[in-house]
Design a protein around this ligand. Structure first.
Ligand SMILES: Cc1cc2nc3c(=O)[nH]c(=O)nc-3n(C[C@H](O)[C@H](O)[C@H](O)COP(=O)(O)OP(=O)(O)OC[C@H]3O[C@@H](n4cnc5c(N)ncnc54)[C@H](O)[C@@H]3O)c2cc1C
Length: 391
């Protein structure tokens, strides 16, 4: 074991940690990371294209026990500020019509974040799993599985529980709890939903099929692509729904949200055609077959109950979410370090001078579409700005 002292220790070389380290002006900094490489989640983000932000960001895109907590940091660092960094580095990006901002490749974002960090004043310590952080005599002691480091200030950017295979751990929550902070209940979010057993029996065979649908749980409604998996549903519309703790609740799906199926059936009720033929081209044939089952008979022969069953299957397909997919699949962790005890301007723990939290570890979750990475940038920026002022 070695003992070293630094002005600032940044815990975690993920989105928040790297952005904070690149924004800090201190002379003697260290970044401590459990993985052998930085930014593994950034590399995996956006399917390799890193959806690093969104042109339309407001407090309404974020959730948590106190979602207003994010407002100050969002006001201090805007999507345009990140775009300015990309432009300065001559990095191309794509703005999609719905506002989502993508890199051409995720590695561009990671390399830019690394290039902002001054190698002369910053030590990178990879392969160090943080076990504990203590404060004694005004100095923080950071214990890893290999070393003990000392620092005057600590930015805890250790992320959430999602994707342990990419380095995620519960370290941020344990550190918060050791310093007396509350941690709100956590659950995997931006992830797939698992069908109840009966629905799984019907839909399991159509795994791999995707379509546009309107999915609904309680008052939450999302219209976007969905994907049938072996266990349930995945895809953007379902990911958005998973933010609201849907486990055990009833979910309904409208597979033809833009078509008046009832009117279409009524207009063709005397024909020999089957519903699957009538709706051909609107939905994949195998999906129609699975949904319609025994009710896919000639329209002229369908009784009232069968027509109602066809409409239910297509416009109001209901099932119970037996569960949601776990942290190994989820993009984020909802819930986290309680923001009540943290300054929304500086991200500093009110009762512990010099200890800052940023990113996903906090009880702030963004919806799908670049909002979580933007939160990592904005909250890290707020912490770094406060520390720079102090130094
Ligand atoms: C597959 C996938 C795709 C995603 N795509 C997008 C996207 O396109 N757009 C978007 O906005 N969001 C996306 N997200 C979410 C986004 O990546 C995260 O919200 C964001 O990275 C959080 O930043 P963070 O710095 O708080 O945590 P992280 O980026 O997770 O960084 C935390 C770092 O701490 C390290 N660490 C954890 N525990 C320890 C320990 N005990 N000791 C030492 N180091 C430790 C981790 O290895 C990691 O490097 C995606 C997530 C996943 C999993």
């Amino acid at each position: 074991m070695t003992m070293q002292a630094f002005d600032i220790a940044v815990l975690g070389a993920g989105a928040g940690g790297l952005f904070a380290a690149g924004s800090l002006s201190g002379k003697n900094k260290i970044i401590i990371e459990g993985n052998r490489k930085p930014g593994l989640k950034i590399l995996a983000s956006g399917g390799g294209l890193c959806n690093f932000g969104n042109q339309n960001i407001s407090g309404a895109d974020y959730f948590g026990a106190n979602p207003r907590f994010c407002l100050s940091a969002l006001a201090g660092f805007k999507p345009d500020d990140f775009l300015a960094l990309l432009r300065r580095n001559k990095l191309p990006f794509d703005a999609r019509p719905d506002g989502r901002l993508f890199a051409r490749k995720s590695a561009d974002i990671l390399n830019m974040l690394l290039s902002r960090i001054d190698g002369k004043t910053t030590r990178f310590e990879y392969g160090n799993k943080i076990k504990k952080v203590r404060k004694e005599g005004g100095i923080f002691e950071i214990l890893t599985d290999k070393n003990i480091f000392h620092a005057c200030k600590v930015i805890c950017a250790l992320g959430g529980l999602s994707r342990p295979q990419l380095g995620a751990s519960r370290a941020a929550y344990d550190i918060a709890a050791d310093f007396g902070l509350a941690v709100t209940p956590r659950y995997p979010a931006l992830t797939g939903i698992i069908f109840d057993d009966a629905t799984r029996a019907v839909c399991g065979p159509i795994a791999g099929i995707s379509c546009r649908a309107r999915v609904k749980c309680g008052g939450r409604i999302f219209t976007d692509d969905i994907l049938f998996t072996h266990r349930g549903l995945s895809g953007p519309a379902v990911f958005q729904l998973s933010l609201y703790g849907v486990k055990g609740r009833q979910i309904s799906a409208d597979f033809l949200p833009d078509t008046d199926v009832s009117a279409l059936l009524a207009a063709n009720k005397t024909r020999a055609q089957k519903p699957s033929a009538l709706l051909q081209g609107l939905l994949p044939a195998r999906l129609l077959q699975a949904l319609l089952g025994g009710n896919d008979a000639q329209l002229a022969n369908l009784n009232k109950n069968q027509i109602a069953a066809v409409l239910r299957a297509l416009n109001n397909f209901t099932f119970t979410a037996k569960d949601i997919c776990g942290y190994d699949k989820a993009e984020i962790t909802a819930g986290g370090v309680d923001t009540k005890e943290i300054s929304s301007q500086t991200m500093q723990v009110r009762a512990v001078e010099g200890l800052y939290f940023c990113g996903e570890a906090l009880d702030i979750s963004g919806r799908l579409g670049g909002y979580n990475l933007h939160w990592a940038w904005a909250s890290a920026h707020a912490a770094a700005r406060a520390i720079n002022k102090d130094l």
